[in-house]
Design a protein around this ligand. Sequence first.
Ligand SMILES: *Cc1c(COP(=O)(O)O)cnc(C)c1O
Length: 364
Amino acid sequence: MKVPFVSLDRQFRDLQDELTAAFQRVGASGFYILGEEVERFESEAAAYCGTRFALGVANGSDALFLPLKALGIGPGDEVITCPNSFIASAWVIVAAGARPVFVDAAHDYNLDPARLEAAITPRTRAVMPVHLTGRPAAMDEISAIAARHGLAVIEDAAQAIGARYRGRRTGSLGTAAGFSLHPVKNLGVLGDGGLITTDDPELFGRISLLRNHGLRDRDHCSVWGYNSRLDALQSAFASVKLKHLDAWSDRCRQIASLYRGGLEGVVEVPRDQPHEEAVYHNFIVRSEQRDRLASHLQEKGIGTRVHYPVPIHLQECARELGHREGDFPEVEAQARTILSLPIYPELQDEEVAYVIESVRSFFA
Ligand SMILES: *Cc1c(COP(=O)(O)O)cnc(C)c1O
């Protein structure tokens, strides 16, 4: 048996008719950039996340970058985030001209709120917690600290669409949030795409300008902007997939619970807290023998990944920030021991059982 780490072709096969109909509808409409399709997806997404506004943009990175710009964050400012994330969580801060300041992770891989306050300086403008692996960060604690210091909270929700925290969806838990619609994310389109949510009408207005050249209307430009629009075609695909998202998240939670049942006591497995509902973008296990376990699974035909083997503060591009090994010991220890197992809604029970059996056979 072969169990690929990702298998996007399976979802395409399941949705082929719906996606083809969307393609034909958009093609025949003659409108390919912004317009009705994008607006429809935006209002569906806002309703889904429980926010007043949602805005389609070109990718998940821009979905974080544009709110930073719209908040006026730039040179001389600091933005706090976690060093165990996809590199985009940090480069968007650098791209805005600000300095990323890292806070170590807690045991759940998310920003440790107990270490947040110590990282705040007079230059801090915002906190950008990442809902890593599809599990919401400790938003109550983070928001309370942010409010006390007058900081904006931008959720990096790229991996966490649909997850809930005390009953509320990610995207509705901060000043603004950025989602990625990259094909491997939980709501992935057939190319690049991103989504911003917010309840703040002024912020929404500024981001709307920024994503479309700064144009107020066809001929008048209020601010220097960017070209960061979501295609009509990708919006139509996203609308098709949004209808299936909750069922997919349920299935991923079911797979997670099968993994937990089969692997508890063999490797360290993630546990949901009662006040959160994760969507399992990744299912990460921990073992001191991670590298050998990964090779063993590869020999068995099972794809795995490490999210992420090199923490951001130790990346070559981050050298200018002056960090060294030992600065964020929890994240560094995680980087040495974590392994992501295959998890996606189309994964079959037999495949999950095979992964469990193969992990167990390594330790037997
Ligand atoms: C994927 C991802 C991004 C960036 O999204 P893109 O659509 O690839 O630009 C940002 N943050 C996190 C945590 C991600 O996983």
